[in-house]
Design a protein around this ligand. Structure first.
Ligand SMILES: [Zn+2]
Length: 261
């Protein structure tokens, strides 16, 4: 047991998740540049009219003052830096913002600096607010996050033998993390997804394109969906967990709902 005195510190972060604690408290999970994932208690945050609670809404960039604690730190003050209002008014964008946050969280760890991942998240949220192609923007983001993590899919040549890929339809092996040529086509329990010529082209474009190039891109919805399936499976294997809000994105899309106001 250490008898360290509580220390006050300040941090900037994006609110990723909430958990209720006791009657009126809330555990807030933030992604911060200096500490990576930070979990801290916001006392009284669930009380009606709690100023602290209001500042710690989900998908909000905040600056907090916190005090170290024996098990969990506690947040005493929070101030909004960016509230991303457009993401909160549109259910489709909101579902995508949740996905973006949850996905990014998987690429960060507790108590380890995550400056680049954090920068990606705040840039991604800002871009999501103004993009004209939210689906493609998300795929571009997924690709960049995978690149940052060193786990991008192998889509330039065969993942197994390393040979160049002919201009034809191939399969993507999620287990091996890339496209397999016909002679290396896996069998058995491996998850294989179809990867058409157009899909491979789109994946390659996403891998090298800059943010602005994405906005000018127009693609067939079928190809985009194929890319979506490939990236999701790949991320699933790369992070070993399914991103839960991916199903929320699908649900919202299928309903085509908008939040009025
Ligand atoms: Zn091969």
């Amino acid at each position: 047991m250490t008898s360290e005195k509580p220390r006050i510190y300040s941090a900037e972060g994006v609110v990723l998740r909430h958990h209720n604690l006791g009657e009126a408290d809330r555990i807030v999970t933030l992604l911060t540049p200096g500490r990576g994932i930070l979990r801290a208690v916001a006392k009284g945050a669930r009380k009606p009219n709690s100023k602290l609670g209001g500042q710690l809404d989900l998908i909000r960039r905040v600056s907090v003052s916190a005090r170290t604690g024996r098990t969990l730190d506690s947040i005493s003050q929070a101030e909004t830096i960016e509230s991303y209002p457009r993401l909160k008014m549109d259910l489709e964008l909101m579902s995508k913002a949740f996905y973006l946050c949850e996905l990014t969280e998987k690429f960060a760890v507790e108590d380890a600096p995550a400056a680049r991942v954090y920068r990606m998240l705040i840039d991604g949220l800002s871009q999501l607010e103004k993009t004209k192609v939210p689906d493609l923007m998300i795929h571009w983001y997924e690709m960049r996050l995978l690149h940052l993590n060193g786990s991008q899919p192998q889509i330039q040549r065969c993942v197994d033998c390393g040979n160049d890929l002919e201009q034809e339809d191939h399969v993507f092996s999620a287990m091996r993390g890339g496209i397999a040529c016909p002679s290396c086509r896996p069998s058995g329990s491996d998850t294989m997804l179809p990867a058409s010529v157009a899909t491979i082209k789109l994946l390659r474009f996403l891998q090298r394109a800059g943010q602005n190039e994405i906005e000018r891109l127009r693609v067939a919805e079928d190809d985009r969906r194929q890319v979506e399936r490939i990236l999701r499976e790949h991320i699933h294997f790369a992070t070993d967990r399914t991103v839960r809000s991916a199903s929320f994105v699908d649900e919202v899309r299928s309903q085509g709902k908008r939040v009025s106001g």
